[in-house]
Structures are given as C-alpha cells and as structure tokens.
Design a binder for this molecule. Sequence first.
Ligand code: FE2
Length: 277
Amino acid sequence: MESVDETRWRFERDGFVVLADLVPGERCDELRRHVGGLVSTVDPDEHRSVFTTNEQTRTSDDYFLASGDRISYFWEDEAIDADGALIAPANRAINKLGHAMHDLDPVFDAFSRAPEIAAIPAALGMRHPVLLQSMYIFKAPGIGGEVVLHQDATFLRTDPPSVMGLWFALEDADRTNGCLWAVPGGHRGGVRRFFRRAESGGTEFVGDDTPLDSTGEIPLEVTKGTVIAIHGCLPHRSDANRSDRSREAYTLHLVEADRPYPADNWLQRPTLPLRGF
Ligand code: FE2
C-alpha cells in the first residue's frame, strides 16, 4: 500500500490522484437511490420554466447565479426542444443537481463530511478546507453532454487559487460512457482565465482565452467507488456519454478558508456560511 507521502507526491507531480475503492459499492448505490427519489419528485414544469422565456439566456443565467446556496436542477441541452419542452423523461433529461447538496441535503452532508473523505484533502496538503460547492452529475446514457477542457480554478476562485475537486465515481466510468480525461502535470502552468459575474449582469470570462493545451491527455477509467482528487489548475474534461450505460458521479469542491474569495465569483452563498468537515 502506498504511503501518504507518496500519494501527495503523485498529486503534486500529476495534478490529480486516483484513489480506488474508497467508497463501498453499497454506499454508491444508496446515494444513487436517494437522488433517484429526489428526481422523481421534481416538478419539471416549474423547473423547465427557466428555459421557456424569450430572454432565455438571461433567465437561465439568473437561475444559475442563484444556485450557489440551493439544490437546483440543470437540464441537458439536448433534452429541451425549441419551445422549451422536455423531450426525455426527467431522470434522463437532467444534467446535474447543484450547488449546495453538501449543506442542504442530509444524506450528502453526511457523505461529504465523513472522516474518510476529510482525510483526503488533509493528506494532499490542504490546511483549512471548507466545502464550497457540490454537484450530482447524471451523464445519462445517450444524452449526457460533454464537458470541455477546463480548470476548476477558472470557475471557483480564491486569490491565490486553492480549489481542490473530489470526483466520486458512483458507477464504473470508461471511455465509452464519458470518463474524465486529464493532462498530467498540466496544473503547473497555473490558471490564466477567470469566469465572473459581469457588472452589466450575467457572466463573462476574463484573462487569456488561448485554448488549454490537451497534449498528453489521458483517460481516467475508474471503477465504481473510486475518488479522483483534482488540483484546481489541472486541465480536465469529459466526453458525451453515447453508450447505453449511465455514468453518475458526485463532485465536491473545497477551498482554503483563509484565501480571499472575490465578490464577483459567480458562486455566492448569501444564506449559507462556508463550513469545513
Ligand atoms: Fe471540473
């Protein structure tokens, strides 16, 4: 078994580390069943309405910008037709839930703050991690969309960057159903681009918009129960899921409590103070 020092060394070298068999399979199944229950009670008409106005971009921006201290529902692009109607069942049409599941949902609160989870950022060098953001990602068979190459530090900013992602495979993930891809060592170049609230409303990117270099990227094919810890500056992405198998995952993003958090970060939590483990 690898020592904590070796794991941290690999994390610092590669910008990620794959921790297999960290979550028991039954626990993954429990989380999936719990989310299945949440989704089965969602009122698609209510949530769909955000896509049905003529000001589609503005209202979906508002919905997104208000989701930092909520559990909001985001649909797959391909699941919404030109009139804003869902063309797939809700459990297939959902892209993700976010972004405060770890604070508002008792099941995900307990899961996210378990001692074995808290031990990961501690082992990888975080000093005072707080749980900033969480998402449940469906990546449904046939419809789950791609996530283009990005760095989490673009979106979840502290100054200087401190975000770490924990990506939990609740099902096996491989190239056919949209596993993560990452560029080993790509975190060492830092982050050059930021996503923020624009003064005029909505959001904008600022900084260097040169595309991230994908040279040397590798697929991170993992089995159910694996956790991948991701440095905030690591370029990573995932393909669309064109297989007939789902690829559900839960993600948690941590930041250092003492790093300044810009007021124009897209993610604001006016009703929820940040908490650690
Ligand atoms: Fe990411």
